[in-house]
Structures are given as structure tokens and as C-alpha cells.
Design a binder for this molecule. Structure first.
Ligand code: GN1
Ligand code: MG
Length: 372
């Protein structure tokens, strides 16, 4: 999008500011994001992907309620709601978003200065801090009435239905790509039993539904430049009822990977157990009291499952001809899928160590509490 267009869009909003400059921002695979510099402040202007979010109004309904709820909690805790959550700027007509009448759906947030996202974990303590922030986010939403939220993408982490989407894609083979990826297809099919585990635990009630973020990859949190704290959780499009295991698992999928999400040199892709431990410690310090025994038991598995799910989604999109995730090169989705599968194999090989880490942290926190 040209700067001139961003300027025109920016002027649809009641920022009380004057446009100076704009540039593309961030590494998201779905929406178009711009950093707008005004005379007084900076802003994030985002075009929402309407192929992915079929009901953009529902997304904004959720974000409005969630950010209002978070702002109230942050204020009660003595924090700064302008830095610690997203803040929607209304359009000149008083709406939460601007619709251009032709599939263009835009929104504007204040940009949080003095903080940034990272495409990779640079310092282990940042990952620990991110875990604390995601844990606090979860806690602040614990009393949010889930029935007020729309399901912005139905069955988003339903791994059984994700597997069926994959099977349908293979059956249709509409981009004629399946012949080249027999190994990857076999890899997914041989692991299909994994897809049922958390879905069944939710169905039998041993894993409760909560209001969760559902897209907790490491570049969806702002790390404060000065303190290294995880100060603000962003990308709230998929905040809706879900399991904490999806949030925990997705953070580990992305953050513990020693390589990039789309790394082609698979020797570089493996799960860093030191980072697994950092994140788990931060997360459990915040949430241990609220977790059920089955949730704790499934924590190590959830890292595997979400890595599998994401790999399966990338592969499905490759098979469908790259309709969903933005790509920067022809086989990008296949590269992403292969990297997820390599990471998954490594997690499978280290499942016992992960379980020991979770149990060790749990025992330590319980002992600290009883003073033992
Ligand atoms: C997408 O928008 P972004 O890049 O934060 C996707 C996530 C995937 C992720 C993989 C709405 O997240 O589910 O885990 O890519 N978001 C949506 O990097 O599908
Ligand atoms: Mg997103």
C-alpha cells in the first residue's frame, strides 16, 4: 500500500493528530500493518485480512470489550493502560474501525513507544518475562464473561477438524502439489492420534475452557526496551474461548525453536530446553493455582501438539496453493511445515525431559508456598 493511501486511511480516524510518515511494520502472516508517525504520536494502522476473519465486526467487538476489561484491571493494579494494553482510536464517525465499502477493513491503535517485538528470543530472561506477561494476561481475563465473545475463527485450535481440513486438501489436491510431498503427508497421517488428545480432554471436562489469546507467538508481545519486561500483549484478533494449553504450547513452538519458523537448514531447528524451562517457570509462577491436574499433565504434550497443528496448517495451505498465510517465496509454506515437523520430532524425543522440567517447577513452587 502506498504512503498516500495510508495517509488517507489515517485521516478517517479521530486521532487529533497530523500525518507525517508511514512504513510497513512487523512480521505477521495475516494482516497488513503500518507504523504511522504523526506530529504528536505514533500509531499502528492495520488492514484486517477479510479472507481469514470473515466477520471483521466480530473481531472488533471482541477487541473493544477485551481491551476495556484489561485497561480496568491494569489501572486497578497501578499500571499504565496506555502502555500495557492496546488502545483503539475511533473513526471520525465514532466507530471502532473504518470500512471502505470494498473489502477494506481498517483500525487504528496507539503505538506503544519504547518497546518492541522480537522475531526470535535473544535473551532467555526476555522469554521468562514474556511467560509472566502471558500468564498475567490470562489471569486478568479469568473473570471475563466468555459468552460475550464471538468465535472469530471457528474451530481455530480444534486439531481434529484441522486434520480433516488437511485430508480434504490432500483429496482435492487443487494445486497439484501432493505428488511432491508424499513424505510430509505420511508424517502427518502417522501422527493423527495426537490430534484427539486435547479435544477429548476438553470434551470430558478435565481441561477447562478459558478466555485465551490463541496466537501467543513471541512476536505478539512487546518487550520494554528499558526493563526487558513483557509489557503489552498484541494481536488480539483471536482472543476467544480456548484452552490455556494452546497458548502455552504455541509460545513454546515459536520461542524454543533454535532456528527460524521457516528455516530451510533443518539442522538449525531443534527445541531449546533451557528456553522451555524459562517459559514454563514464568507461566507457572503466574498460573499454577488455577491449573487443573490434567492441564499440568498435558503441558509438555501441548508444545508438541501446537507445533504439529501449525505444521499441518502450513502444509495444508501449501497443498491448497497458498491461500491463507502470506508467503515471500514459492515454497515458503512447505519450508515452514518442514521446520515445524523437524521441531516436533525433536520435542517428541525430549518429551520425558520436558515432563521432568514441568514437575520440578511445580514442586518447587508448591514447596515455596508451604515454606518447605
Ligand atoms: C498467524 O498473524 P500472525 O502472524 O501473528 C496465525 C497463527 C499462526 C501463526 C504462525 C489468525 O499469526 O495462528 O500460529 O501465523 N494467525 C491466524 O506463525 O491464523
Ligand atoms: Mg495474528
Amino acid at each position: 500500500m502506498e504512503k498516500e493511501k495510508v495517509k488517507l486511511l489515517f485521516e478517517k480516524f479521530d486521532s487529533g493528530d497530523e500525518f507525517v510518515d508511514a512504513r510497513p511494520y512487523g512480521g505477521g502472516h495475516i494482516n497488513d500493518t503500518f507504523l504511522v508517525t504523526g506530529k504528536k504520536n505514533k500509531y499502528t494502522l492495520q488492514g484486517l485480512n477479510h479472507h481469514v476473519f470473515k466477520e471483521p465486526e466480530h473481531v472488533m467487538h471482541n477487541i473493544k470489550l477485551i481491551t476495556e476489561h484489561l485497561a480496568k484491571k491494569i489501572k486497578e493494579n497501578g499500571g499504565d493502560p496506555m502502555r500495557e494494553t492496546l488502545n483503539i482510536i475511533r473513526t471520525v464517525d465514532g466507530n471502532t474501525h473504518y470500512y471502505d465499502g470494498n473489502h477494506g477493513f481498517y483500525r487504528l491503535f496507539y503505538f506503544v513507544d519504547g518497546a518492541r517485538t522480537y522475531p526470535k528470543v535473544e535473551k532467555p530472561e526476555h522469554f521468562y518475562n514474556a511467560a509472566k506477561a502471558f500468564g498475567k494476561f490470562q489471569n486478568m481475563l479469568a473473570d471475563f464473561p466468555a459468552n460475550k465473545l464471538y468465535e472469530t475463527i471457528p474451530n481455530f485450535h480444534n486439531t481434529v477438524s484441522r486434520y480433516y481440513d488437511f485430508l480434504t486438501a490432500v483429496e482435492n489436491d487443487k494445486a497439484n502439489r501432493c505428488a511432491f510431498i508424499a513424505d510430509e503427508i505420511k508424517f502427518v497421517n502417522s501422527r493423527r492420534d495426537k490430534t484427539r488428545v486435547i479435544v477429548e480432554a476438553i470434551a470430558d471436562g478435565s481441561v477447562p475452557m478459558r478466555v485465551t489469546h490463541n496466537d501467543t507467538k513471541y512476536d505478539n508481545i512487546l518487550i520494554d526496551d528499558a526493563t526487558g519486561q513483557g509489557i503489552c500483549i498484541i494481536d488480539l484478533d483471536t482472543v476467544m474461548p480456548g484452552s490455556m494449553l494452546y497458548d502455552y504450547g504455541d509460545s513454546l513452538r515459536f520461542g524454543t525453536n533454535a532456528g527460524a519458523e521457516d528455516e530451510r537448514d533443518l539442522d538449525k531447528v531443534y527445541c531449546r530446553l533451557d528456553l522451555f524451562e524459562e517459559f514454563t517457570r514464568g507461566y507457572m509462577e503466574e498460573l499454577l493455582d488455577t491449573l487443573t491436574p490434567r492441564e499440568i499433565e498435558l503441558m509438555p504434550f501441548s508444545a508438541q501438539l501446537i507445533t504439529f497443528e501449525c505444521g499441518m496448517r502450513f502444509l495444508t495451505d501449501f497443498i491448497n496453493g497458498d491461500e491463507y498465510f502470506k508467503i515471500q517465496r514459492p515454497s515458503h509454506n512447505l519450508d515452514r511445515a518442514r521446520a515445524q515437523f523437524k521441531l516436533l520430532e525433536d520435542m517428541e524425543a525430549h518429551q520425558d525431559e520436558m515432563t521432568s522440567i514441568v514437575n520440578k517447577i511445580k514442586e518447587k513452587l508448591e514447596n515455596d508456598k508451604t515454606g518447605a
